[in-house]
Design a protein around this ligand. Structure first.
Ligand code: FAD
Length: 215
Protein backbone atom coordinates (compact mmCIF):
# COMPACT_ATOMS: atom_id res chain seq x y z
CA UNK A 1 0.00 0.00 0.00
CA UNK A 2 1.11 3.56 -0.72
CA UNK A 3 -0.28 6.81 0.68
CA UNK A 4 -0.11 10.20 -1.03
CA UNK A 5 -0.51 13.14 1.30
CA UNK A 6 -2.79 15.82 -0.15
CA UNK A 7 -2.00 16.57 -3.79
CA UNK A 8 1.61 15.36 -3.69
CA UNK A 9 0.93 12.60 -6.28
CA UNK A 10 -1.36 14.68 -8.48
CA UNK A 11 -0.20 14.66 -12.09
CA UNK A 12 -2.13 16.51 -14.79
CA UNK A 13 -0.92 16.48 -18.38
CA UNK A 14 -2.42 18.23 -21.38
CA UNK A 15 -1.92 15.51 -23.96
CA UNK A 16 -3.88 17.02 -26.87
CA UNK A 17 -5.66 20.19 -27.92
CA UNK A 18 -7.22 21.62 -31.06
CA UNK A 19 -4.70 23.20 -33.39
CA UNK A 20 -5.68 24.69 -36.73
CA UNK A 21 -3.48 23.88 -39.75
CA UNK A 22 -2.10 27.37 -39.42
CA UNK A 23 -2.04 29.12 -36.06
CA UNK A 24 -3.03 28.42 -32.49
CA UNK A 25 -6.10 27.65 -30.36
CA UNK A 26 -7.02 31.31 -29.86
CA UNK A 27 -6.86 31.90 -33.61
CA UNK A 28 -9.02 28.85 -34.31
CA UNK A 29 -11.75 30.17 -32.02
CA UNK A 30 -11.60 33.78 -33.20
CA UNK A 31 -11.53 32.95 -36.91
CA UNK A 32 -14.46 30.55 -36.45
CA UNK A 33 -16.42 33.25 -34.65
CA UNK A 34 -15.60 35.90 -37.27
CA UNK A 35 -17.65 34.18 -39.98
CA UNK A 36 -20.89 35.15 -38.26
CA UNK A 37 -20.32 38.78 -39.34
CA UNK A 38 -18.22 38.42 -42.52
CA UNK A 39 -18.97 37.55 -46.16
CA UNK A 40 -15.92 35.23 -46.34
CA UNK A 41 -13.65 33.25 -44.05
CA UNK A 42 -10.57 35.29 -43.31
CA UNK A 43 -7.36 35.24 -41.35
CA UNK A 44 -7.16 37.54 -38.30
CA UNK A 45 -4.08 39.15 -36.87
CA UNK A 46 -3.21 38.80 -33.19
CA UNK A 47 -4.92 42.02 -32.17
CA UNK A 48 -8.18 41.10 -33.93
CA UNK A 49 -8.04 37.63 -32.36
CA UNK A 50 -7.71 39.17 -28.90
CA UNK A 51 -10.44 41.76 -29.46
CA UNK A 52 -12.88 39.25 -30.87
CA UNK A 53 -12.39 36.69 -28.08
CA UNK A 54 -12.82 39.41 -25.44
CA UNK A 55 -15.99 40.59 -27.19
CA UNK A 56 -17.38 37.04 -27.31
CA UNK A 57 -16.73 36.69 -23.57
CA UNK A 58 -18.41 40.04 -22.84
CA UNK A 59 -21.45 39.17 -24.95
CA UNK A 60 -21.63 35.63 -23.55
CA UNK A 61 -21.48 34.16 -27.07
CA UNK A 62 -19.51 31.23 -25.76
CA UNK A 63 -20.79 28.62 -28.23
CA UNK A 64 -17.88 29.70 -30.46
CA UNK A 65 -15.50 28.40 -27.77
CA UNK A 66 -16.81 24.89 -28.39
CA UNK A 67 -14.62 24.63 -31.52
CA UNK A 68 -11.53 24.10 -29.35
CA UNK A 69 -11.03 20.88 -27.36
CA UNK A 70 -8.54 19.92 -24.65
CA UNK A 71 -7.61 16.41 -23.51
CA UNK A 72 -6.01 15.90 -20.09
CA UNK A 73 -4.50 12.80 -18.53
CA UNK A 74 -4.82 12.83 -14.74
CA UNK A 75 -3.42 10.50 -12.08
CA UNK A 76 -2.78 10.70 -8.37
CA UNK A 77 -6.35 11.66 -7.54
CA UNK A 78 -8.96 9.83 -5.47
CA UNK A 79 -12.27 8.41 -6.57
CA UNK A 80 -13.79 11.08 -4.31
CA UNK A 81 -12.38 13.65 -6.68
CA UNK A 82 -13.43 11.89 -9.88
CA UNK A 83 -16.94 11.40 -8.51
CA UNK A 84 -17.23 15.19 -8.38
CA UNK A 85 -15.50 15.59 -11.74
CA UNK A 86 -17.85 13.35 -13.70
CA UNK A 87 -20.85 15.42 -12.57
CA UNK A 88 -19.71 17.76 -15.35
CA UNK A 89 -21.79 16.26 -18.10
CA UNK A 90 -20.54 18.09 -21.18
CA UNK A 91 -17.18 16.33 -21.13
CA UNK A 92 -15.85 12.92 -22.16
CA UNK A 93 -14.17 10.57 -19.70
CA UNK A 94 -12.31 7.27 -19.69
CA UNK A 95 -11.36 6.00 -16.24
CA UNK A 96 -9.26 3.10 -15.03
CA UNK A 97 -11.61 0.22 -14.27
CA UNK A 98 -11.61 -1.51 -10.89
CA UNK A 99 -13.39 -4.44 -12.56
CA UNK A 100 -10.54 -5.17 -14.96
CA UNK A 101 -7.47 -3.85 -13.18
CA UNK A 102 -6.19 -5.70 -10.13
CA UNK A 103 -4.76 -3.21 -7.66
CA UNK A 104 -1.56 -5.01 -6.71
CA UNK A 105 -0.27 -2.16 -4.60
CA UNK A 106 -3.21 0.09 -3.76
CA UNK A 107 -2.47 3.81 -3.52
CA UNK A 108 -4.62 6.04 -1.33
CA UNK A 109 -4.97 9.82 -1.26
CA UNK A 110 -4.94 11.08 2.33
CA UNK A 111 -5.97 14.63 3.25
CA UNK A 112 -3.32 16.70 5.03
CA UNK A 113 -5.86 17.43 7.76
CA UNK A 114 -5.94 13.74 8.69
CA UNK A 115 -2.25 13.03 8.14
CA UNK A 116 -1.25 15.93 10.37
CA UNK A 117 -3.69 14.96 13.10
CA UNK A 118 -3.81 12.45 15.95
CA UNK A 119 -5.99 10.27 13.74
CA UNK A 120 -3.24 9.56 11.19
CA UNK A 121 -2.08 6.28 12.71
CA UNK A 122 -5.57 4.86 13.07
CA UNK A 123 -6.45 5.99 9.54
CA UNK A 124 -3.38 4.31 8.04
CA UNK A 125 -4.22 1.11 9.89
CA UNK A 126 -7.67 1.16 8.34
CA UNK A 127 -6.21 1.61 4.83
CA UNK A 128 -3.73 -1.21 5.44
CA UNK A 129 -6.51 -3.49 6.63
CA UNK A 130 -8.72 -2.64 3.64
CA UNK A 131 -5.84 -3.28 1.20
CA UNK A 132 -5.06 -6.60 2.85
CA UNK A 133 -8.67 -7.76 2.77
CA UNK A 134 -8.94 -6.73 -0.92
CA UNK A 135 -5.80 -8.75 -1.74
CA UNK A 136 -6.99 -11.80 0.20
CA UNK A 137 -10.42 -11.73 -1.39
CA UNK A 138 -9.06 -11.44 -4.96
CA UNK A 139 -6.60 -14.27 -4.30
CA UNK A 140 -9.43 -16.25 -2.70
CA UNK A 141 -11.50 -16.13 -5.86
CA UNK A 142 -13.76 -13.12 -5.22
CA UNK A 143 -14.14 -11.15 -8.44
CA UNK A 144 -12.33 -7.79 -8.56
CA UNK A 145 -15.63 -6.03 -9.17
CA UNK A 146 -16.82 -7.32 -5.77
CA UNK A 147 -13.54 -7.22 -3.84
CA UNK A 148 -13.30 -3.47 -4.57
CA UNK A 149 -16.20 -2.92 -2.16
CA UNK A 150 -13.60 -3.27 0.60
CA UNK A 151 -11.68 -0.24 -0.69
CA UNK A 152 -12.34 3.27 0.65
CA UNK A 153 -13.23 6.08 -1.77
CA UNK A 154 -9.79 7.55 -1.14
CA UNK A 155 -8.31 4.93 -3.50
CA UNK A 156 -6.22 6.49 -6.25
CA UNK A 157 -7.48 6.49 -9.84
CA UNK A 158 -6.48 7.55 -13.33
CA UNK A 159 -8.71 9.29 -15.85
CA UNK A 160 -8.62 10.89 -19.29
CA UNK A 161 -10.80 13.99 -19.69
CA UNK A 162 -11.79 15.81 -22.86
CA UNK A 163 -13.58 19.15 -22.60
CA UNK A 164 -14.26 21.83 -25.12
CA UNK A 165 -13.13 25.32 -24.14
CA UNK A 166 -16.63 26.44 -23.17
CA UNK A 167 -17.08 23.53 -20.76
CA UNK A 168 -13.51 23.84 -19.51
CA UNK A 169 -14.09 27.52 -18.67
CA UNK A 170 -17.32 26.61 -16.85
CA UNK A 171 -15.57 23.79 -14.97
CA UNK A 172 -12.72 26.11 -13.95
CA UNK A 173 -15.10 28.78 -12.62
CA UNK A 174 -16.86 26.22 -10.40
CA UNK A 175 -13.85 24.19 -9.34
CA UNK A 176 -11.10 26.82 -8.94
CA UNK A 177 -13.37 28.75 -6.63
CA UNK A 178 -12.51 28.77 -2.94
CA UNK A 179 -15.77 26.97 -2.20
CA UNK A 180 -14.61 23.90 -4.16
CA UNK A 181 -13.13 20.90 -2.32
CA UNK A 182 -9.30 21.03 -2.08
CA UNK A 183 -8.52 18.02 -4.29
CA UNK A 184 -10.66 18.90 -7.30
CA UNK A 185 -9.55 22.52 -6.86
CA UNK A 186 -5.89 21.50 -7.14
CA UNK A 187 -6.68 19.52 -10.28
CA UNK A 188 -8.74 22.36 -11.83
CA UNK A 189 -5.93 24.85 -11.14
CA UNK A 190 -3.47 22.59 -12.98
CA UNK A 191 -5.89 22.24 -15.90
CA UNK A 192 -6.22 26.04 -16.05
CA UNK A 193 -2.43 26.50 -15.93
CA UNK A 194 -1.96 24.09 -18.84
CA UNK A 195 -4.83 25.47 -20.92
CA UNK A 196 -3.55 29.02 -20.41
CA UNK A 197 -0.14 27.99 -21.78
CA UNK A 198 -1.63 27.05 -25.16
CA UNK A 199 -4.63 29.43 -25.28
CA UNK A 200 -3.57 32.55 -23.35
CA UNK A 201 -6.34 34.78 -24.72
CA UNK A 202 -9.17 32.31 -24.17
CA UNK A 203 -8.12 31.73 -20.54
CA UNK A 204 -6.60 35.13 -19.68
CA UNK A 205 -9.50 36.27 -17.46
CA UNK A 206 -9.64 33.00 -15.52
CA UNK A 207 -5.86 32.84 -15.16
CA UNK A 208 -5.86 36.37 -13.74
CA UNK A 209 -8.69 35.56 -11.35
CA UNK A 210 -7.63 32.15 -10.06
CA UNK A 211 -3.90 31.67 -10.62
CA UNK A 212 -1.97 34.91 -11.01
CA UNK A 213 -0.34 35.93 -7.75
CA UNK A 214 -1.73 32.85 -6.01
CA UNK A 215 0.93 30.31 -7.14
C1 FAD B 1 -18.73 23.84 -4.54
C2 FAD B 1 -19.64 22.78 -5.09
C3 FAD B 1 -20.40 22.02 -4.22
C4 FAD B 1 -21.25 21.03 -4.74
N1 FAD B 1 -22.01 20.27 -3.87
C5 FAD B 1 -22.86 19.35 -4.35
C6 FAD B 1 -23.69 18.57 -3.49
O1 FAD B 1 -23.67 18.73 -2.28
N2 FAD B 1 -24.49 17.62 -4.02
C7 FAD B 1 -24.57 17.43 -5.39
O2 FAD B 1 -25.33 16.57 -5.84
N3 FAD B 1 -23.79 18.13 -6.23
C8 FAD B 1 -22.95 19.08 -5.76
N4 FAD B 1 -22.18 19.80 -6.62
C9 FAD B 1 -22.23 19.48 -8.05
C10 FAD B 1 -23.10 20.49 -8.83
O3 FAD B 1 -24.44 20.48 -8.37
C11 FAD B 1 -23.07 20.18 -10.32
O4 FAD B 1 -23.63 18.90 -10.55
C12 FAD B 1 -21.68 20.19 -10.89
O5 FAD B 1 -20.96 21.30 -10.43
C13 FAD B 1 -21.76 20.25 -12.42
O6 FAD B 1 -22.21 21.54 -12.77
P1 FAD B 1 -23.05 21.84 -14.07
O7 FAD B 1 -24.30 21.04 -14.08
O8 FAD B 1 -23.19 23.33 -14.19
O9 FAD B 1 -21.99 21.39 -15.17
P2 FAD B 1 -22.09 20.52 -16.50
O10 FAD B 1 -22.76 19.23 -16.29
O11 FAD B 1 -20.70 20.49 -16.96
O12 FAD B 1 -22.96 21.36 -17.47
C14 FAD B 1 -22.51 22.61 -18.01
C15 FAD B 1 -23.72 23.48 -18.25
O13 FAD B 1 -24.49 22.89 -19.31
C16 FAD B 1 -25.87 23.10 -19.04
N5 FAD B 1 -26.52 21.80 -18.87
C17 FAD B 1 -25.90 20.59 -18.77
N6 FAD B 1 -26.81 19.60 -18.67
C18 FAD B 1 -28.02 20.20 -18.69
C19 FAD B 1 -29.34 19.74 -18.59
N7 FAD B 1 -29.63 18.44 -18.45
N8 FAD B 1 -30.35 20.61 -18.64
C20 FAD B 1 -30.11 21.94 -18.79
N9 FAD B 1 -28.86 22.47 -18.86
C21 FAD B 1 -27.84 21.60 -18.82
C22 FAD B 1 -25.96 23.95 -17.78
O14 FAD B 1 -25.98 25.31 -18.14
C23 FAD B 1 -24.66 23.63 -17.07
O15 FAD B 1 -24.24 24.64 -16.17
C24 FAD B 1 -21.32 20.79 -6.14
C25 FAD B 1 -20.53 21.58 -6.99
C26 FAD B 1 -19.71 22.55 -6.50
C27 FAD B 1 -18.87 23.36 -7.46
Amino acid sequence: MEVCKGSECLKVELIAYSLPKDGNVDKLVAESGAISHAPHFKELNEERVKNLIELLKDLGHESVFEHACFTFRVEGISRICTHQLVRHRLASYTQQSQRYVKLKNPIFIAPESIMDSNFAEEYLELLEKASELYRKMVEGGIRKEDARFALPQSIETKIVITMNARELRHFIVLRCDKSAQWEIRAMAREMLRLAYEVAPILFQDLYAKYLKNTD
